[in-house]
Design a protein around this ligand. Structure first.
Ligand code: FAD
Length: 404
C-alpha cells in the first residue's frame, strides 16, 4: 500500500477541486485527489465556455447556481467573474413558457427582465434581425467566469489546507469489501505525451510506461466528470449518464465589438459571448453520438454551425473570421441535471458528476453541499436530496428544460 487517506477523490477537475476545498475547510482529515492529468487538457473544466447563470427552471438548479454566484461575487477579481448578464432570445415556440417562468425565477431574487423584441435592439443594437424573436429574458446577476482561475483558486485553498494532489494517477480498479470501498489500484503514468494521454482517456486503460500503486481510503468520491460512468462501473454501479462531445469556435469580426455584453443565447441554440476582442460561440449538434471524442471539426464546424447562425442574427458579422476552436465533453445525465450524493448500496462512496453542461457555474455550492453531507451528515446550505442518484430508480427524475 503506497498510502492511506481518510478521503480519496477520483478526478481533479473543477468539481473534485471544489469538494476537496470544502472538505478540508471542515477538517475532513487526510484527503487526496487522484487524476491522470491534473493540467486537464482533455477535461471538461479546461474546455468549456465559462458561462454562469442562475437562470434555470428547476429550483435545485437555481439554488446551486445562486449559492455559487454569491461566492463568485466575493472572489470576482481572483477568478475573472463579470456579471454582464445572460440575454436569452426566444422564438414563439418557447417564449410563452419562458415568460411565465420569470415570476417563479424572480422569487429567488434573480431580477430577470422581460424584454420585447424592440427592447433587445435597444440593449444590443448589433442584433438587427429580430423577425423570428417573440421575446427575451435578461438576467443581470449572470455572466462569465474564467474556469481555469476558478479551478486554480479551489486547488490553492485546498492545498493550503493540506489536500494532496496526486498527478499521473489513473484509477483502474476499486477494491470492495462487503458494502465498503477499502482502496483503489492506480496506474502511475510516466509523463505521457498528449497523444498517449488521449488514448488513455478514450479507453480508460493505461498505455506507455506505468507502475501500479495501491491507496487505501475510508471514503471514496467519484468526481470523474465525463468518466464518472467508467469509474462507477468499477464499484458495480451503472450510471444513467454519458459523455457527449461539444464544440466551441473562437471567431473575430473587424466590424462588431460585443465587449460589455455577457452571454447571448440565440433562438437557434447557438450561444456566444465576447472573449478578449473576439467572439466565442458554441453550438450543440443534435444527435451527437455519445463517446470520448475530442476531435474539433475545425473550419467545417464554424462554416456549417456557427457562422450562419451568427450572421442571421447580426448582419454585420458577414466578415467573420474563424480563428480556432476545440471540443470538450459534456457529462449528460438522463434528466439533464447533476447526480450528487451518497451512492446507494455502498456505505462509504459518494459522487458528484453529470452536471450536463453546468459544472463550472454550480461548482462551489455542489462542493460545499457534498462536504456537508459527508462531514456534518446532512445538507445545510442547499438541499441536494433531489439530485441523488436514486431518483432514476425511484421515478423522481427532474428534467431541466433550459439546458443548452
Ligand atoms: C464545450 C463546453 C462548454 C461548456 N460550457 C459551460 C459553461 O458555460 N458553464 C458551465 O458551468 N459549464 C460548462 N460546461 C460544463 C463544465 O465544463 C463541466 O460540467 C465541468 O467542467 C465538469 O467538471 P468535472 O470536474 O466534473 O469534470 P472534469 O473537469 O472533466 O474532471 C474530471 C477529471 O477526472 C479525471 N479522470 C478520468 N478518469 C479517471 C480515472 N480513471 N482515474 C482518475 N481520474 C480520472 C480526468 O482526467 C479529469 O481531470 C461546458 C462543457 C463543454 C465541453
Amino acid at each position: 500500500m503506497k498510502g492511506r487517506y481518510d478521503i480519496l477523490l477520483i478526478g481533479g477537475g473543477i468539481i473534485g477541486s471544489s469538494i476537496a476545498m470544502s472538505l478540508a475547510d471542515k477538517k475532513g482529515g487526510k484527503i487526496a485527489i487522484l487524476d491522470p492529468d491534473l493540467s486537464g487538457i482533455y477535461s471538461s473544466s479546461e474546455n468549456n465556455a465559462g458561462g454562469v447563470r442562475a437562470t434555470w427552471w428547476d429550483e435545485v438548479n437555481i439554488n446551486l447556481s445562486l449559492h455559487s454566484i454569491k461566492f463568485f461575487e466575493k472572489i470576482a477579481e481572483d477568478v475573472g467573474f463579470r456579471q454582464d448578464g445572460y440575454l436569452w432570445l426566444h422564438g414563439s415556440d418557447t417564449w410563452r413558457k419562458a415568460e411565465t417562468m420569470i415570476a417563479f425565477q424572480n422569487r429567488f431574487g434573480l431580477n430577470i427582465e422581460d424584454l420585447s423584441p424592440a427592447d433587445i435592439t435597444k440593449r444590443i443594437p448589433e442584433i438587427d434581425n429580430i423577425s423570428d424573436i417573440a421575446g427575451a429574458t435578461f438576467s443581470p446577476m449572470d455572466g462569465l467566469i474564467n474556469p481555469n482561475l476558478l479551478r486554480n483558486y479551489y486547488r490553492k485553498i485546498a492545498a493550503e489546507r493540506g489536500v494532496e494532489f496526486l498527478d499521473r494517477m489513473l484509477v483502474k480498479r476499486i477494491i470492495l469489501m462487503d458494502k465498503r470501498v477499502i482502496g483503489v489500484e492506480c496506474a502511475r503514468l510516466a509523463e505521457p505525451d498528449e497523444n498517449i494521454l488521449e488514448e488513455i482517456l478514450k479507453s480508460g486503460r493505461p498505455y506507455g510506461h506505468y507502475t501500479n500503486e495501491m491507496y487505501g481510503c475510508n471514503i471514496l468520491i467519484n468526481t470523474g466528470g465525463a468518466w464518472a460512468p467508467e469509474i462507477a462501473r468499477m464499484y458495480g454501479s451503472d450510471l444513467p449518464s454519458h459523455p457527449l462531445r461539444r464544440q466551441v469556435s473562437v471567431t473575430h469580426s473587424p466590424d462588431v465589438d460585443l465587449s460589455g455584453c455577457g452571454m447571448i443565447v440565440d433562438t437557434s441554440g447557438l450561444y456566444f459571448h465576447p472573449e478578449a476582442g473576439n467572439i466565442l460561440a458554441g453550438y450543440s449538434i443534435p444527435n451527437e453520438p455519445p463517446g470520448y471524442n475530442f476531435k474539433y471539426d475545425g473550419y467545417d464546424f464554424f462554416l456549417k454551425e456557427i457562422w450562419p447562425r451568427l450572421y442571421n442574427r447580426i448582419s454585420r458579422l458577414e466578415r467573420l473570421r474563424h480563428i480556432r476552436g476545440w471540443a470538450g465533453l459534456y457529462e449528460v445525465s438522463k434528466d439533464k441535471s447533476a447526480i450528487i450524493g451518497r451512492v446507494s448500496g455502498l456505505d462509504n462512496v459518494y459522487e458528484a458528476h453529470s452536471f450536463s453542461g453546468r459544472g463550472v457555474m454550480q461548482s462551489y455550492a455542489a462542493g460545499l453541499a457534498l462536504a456537508e453531507l459527508i462531514i456534518d451528515g446532512r445538507y445545510l446550505t442547499v438541499d441536494l436530496t433531489p439530485l441523488s442518484g436514486n431518483r432514476f430508480k425511484e421515478g423522481r427524475e427532474m428534467p431541466e428544460v433550459l439546458h443548452i
